[in-house]
Design a protein around this ligand. Structure first.
Ligand SMILES: CC(C)(COP(=O)(O)OP(=O)(O)OC[C@H]1O[C@@H](n2cnc3c(N)ncnc32)[C@H](O)[C@@H]1OP(=O)(O)O)[C@@H](O)C(=O)NCCC(=O)NCCS
Length: 197
C-alpha cells in the first residue's frame, strides 16, 4: 500500500453559512470528536459498526488513527468540528485492496456541500493509496448519503435487512454501496487524466 501523498491540507471551502476548513484528523482531536458525536442523533450513527458517542469507542478510533488503520478528515467552522469522513482498511485481512468510507456531517450544516467535499477527498486519498474497491454502508432512509455516493459512481451492492437496532430496539435496513476503483483508475489512465484528479 502506498503512503498518503500530500494533498495540501488544510483546504478551505466557501459555504453559504461561512468558511469550512478541511484537514486530517489527529489523535489530539479526541475531545472535539467526542463532543461532535454526542451532538448527533442516534439515527445518524446507526450505519457505523460502533457507537462513536461512547468515549472508549472514540479512544479506539484515535488509536487506530495512530496505527494507520484508519485515516480521517475533519470539517471545522471557527475551530468547531462539524463533520468527518473516514477511510478504513485492514492490510492484514483478506481484503487489503478494499477500503470503507464513512462520512457524517452535523444536521445544521447539511446541504452546503461539506459532505460531498469530505467524501470526494477521501475517495481521492483511496486512489492515491492504490485501493481497488471502496464500500460504504448507510441506512436506506439517508437520501443525502445515497446522493453523495451515487454522485461519485458508487452503485448498490447489497441490502442487509433489519441489520442494526436503535436505542429503542427498532431495527433498520442497511444498504451497501460499492465502487470498482481499479476499473475507474484504469479508465482514467487510458484517457491520460490519471494525474489530474
Ligand atoms: C451523507 C451526509 C454526510 C451528506 O452531507 P451534506 O453535507 O449534507 O452533503 P452535501 O451538502 O455535500 O450534499 C451532497 C449532495 O447530496 C444531495 N443531498 C443532500 N441532502 C439530501 C437529501 N436529504 N435528499 C436528497 N439529496 C440530498 C445534495 O443536493 C447534493 O447533491 P448536488 O451536489 O447534486 O446538489 C449527511 O447527510 C450525513 O451526515 N448523513 C448521516 C450519516 C450517514 O448516513 N452517512 C453516510 C454513511 S457513509
Amino acid at each position: 500500500m502506498k503512503p498518503l501523498t500530500d494533498r495540501g491540507y488544510p483546504h478551505q471551502l466557501d459555504c453559504a453559512g461561512g468558511a469550512i476548513e478541511i484537514r486530517l484528523l489527529t489523535p489530539t482531536d479526541q475531545a472535539a470528536v467526542l463532543a461532535f458525536a454526542q451532538r448527533l442523533s442516534t439515527h445518524d450513527l446507526l450505519f457505523l459498526r460502533r457507537d462513536i458517542s461512547q468515549p472508549p469507542v472514540v479512544a479506539a478510533w484515535m488509536e487506530a488513527t495512530r496505527r494507520g488503520r484508519m485515516l480521517s478528515l475533519v470539517a471545522l467552522r471557527a475551530g468547531v468540528l462539524h463533520g468527518c469522513a473516514t477511510l478504513v482498511r485492514d492490510p492484514l485481512s483478506w481484503s487489503p485492496h478494499v477500503g470503507e468510507l464513512r462520512v457524517i456531517v452535523e444536521a445544521p450544516l447539511r446541504g452546503q456541500g461539506v459532505g460531498q467535499k469530505l467524501t470526494r477527498e477521501c475517495f481521492a486519498i483511496a486512489l492515491d493509496m492504490g485501493l481497488e474497491k471502496l464500500t460504504a454502508l448507510m441506512t436506506v432512509d439517508q437520501p443525502g448519503a445515497i446522493a453523495v455516493f451515487e454522485g461519485l459512481g458508487f452503485q448498490p451492492e447489497a441490502l442487509f435487512r433489519g441489520h442494526v437496532k436503535d436505542r429503542e430496539g427498532k431495527t433498520h435496513d442497511l444498504i451497501a454501496l460499492s465502487h470498482d476503483v481499479a476499473s475507474f483508475s484504469a479508465q482514467r489512465a487510458a484517457y491520460g487524466i490519471d494525474k489530474a484528479f
